[in-house]
Design a protein around this ligand. Sequence first.
Ligand code: CP
Ligand code: NVA
Length: 302
Amino acid sequence: MKHLLKLQDLTQKEILELLNIADQLKFEKKNGIAHPHLAGKVLGMIFQKSSTRTRVSFEVGMYELGGTALFLSSHDLQIGRGEPVQDTARVLSRYLDGIMIRTFEQEEVEGLAKYGSIPIINGLTDYAHPCQVLADLMTIREYKHSFQGRKLCFIGDGNNMANSLIAGGIKMGMEVSVACPDGYRPDEALCRWAGENGVFTCTPDVLAAAANADVIYTDVWASMGQEDEAEKRRQVFGGIYQVNDAVMAAAKPDAMVLHCLPAHREEEITEKVFEAHADEIFEEAENRLHAQKAVMVKLMKA
Ligand code: CP
Ligand code: NVA
């Protein structure tokens, strides 16, 4: 494993290894055991979109691993003025030990990996959010203790989260269902792959997707970069693609609820369901830190 660009690139064994390292790092942190695996290393963090969790968890994570993280806003980098990604990759590879990038195009992240010579970590693109889903899988395992035979249901826009949950869920042997409106389906090639490699359904019917689910997951209707479509999307998704009491009644009685955050209460999830599952959702947010530290240790430790 040289990079983390999307979860499809990883084997089940590699994902399990990352989750095991993450559990170990979480244990060490909770018990005050230092783990300076990346002493002297420097991570560059390129952000072309906003972030609370990703930025802070990578920066704190690098600090806790004994290294340093540099926040690089694309507005201040020459990449924001059109310097090609091929050149940026080759220059930054000579200064840094790893790059985390949050941007729009998946191709930009793949380009950094192709032309650079250091590990590249995808911190969210329009296509994928693998770091988030590693934290999600870690949280699911904490609460449910297994993946095999579990059903993961995603309700909402077929966006980066839906794509990465499909990839991660199927890789770990979970049944995955997606409820989304026609026209807002996840990546078609990925849906085909999921159908060929596991139990996968994609339907406009929210209650059918939620039936018997162990994990209910949702995300915003309009992602970063789609602000102009927010009103139209409110009309398409509103009142239907929402995690509420009816969805929870269709799921297993002990179903857990996850949300990558930020959440829009009374849009994709009701305040009531959100608060009833706040412990799970904020454990999930905490696990971003541990899961990403695991990724950095795996990719950047000499
Ligand atoms: N879930 C997530 O990636 O949050 P941020 O946008 O705050 O980083
Ligand atoms: N789908 C959301 C996820 C944010 C973590 C977005 O891309 O804005």
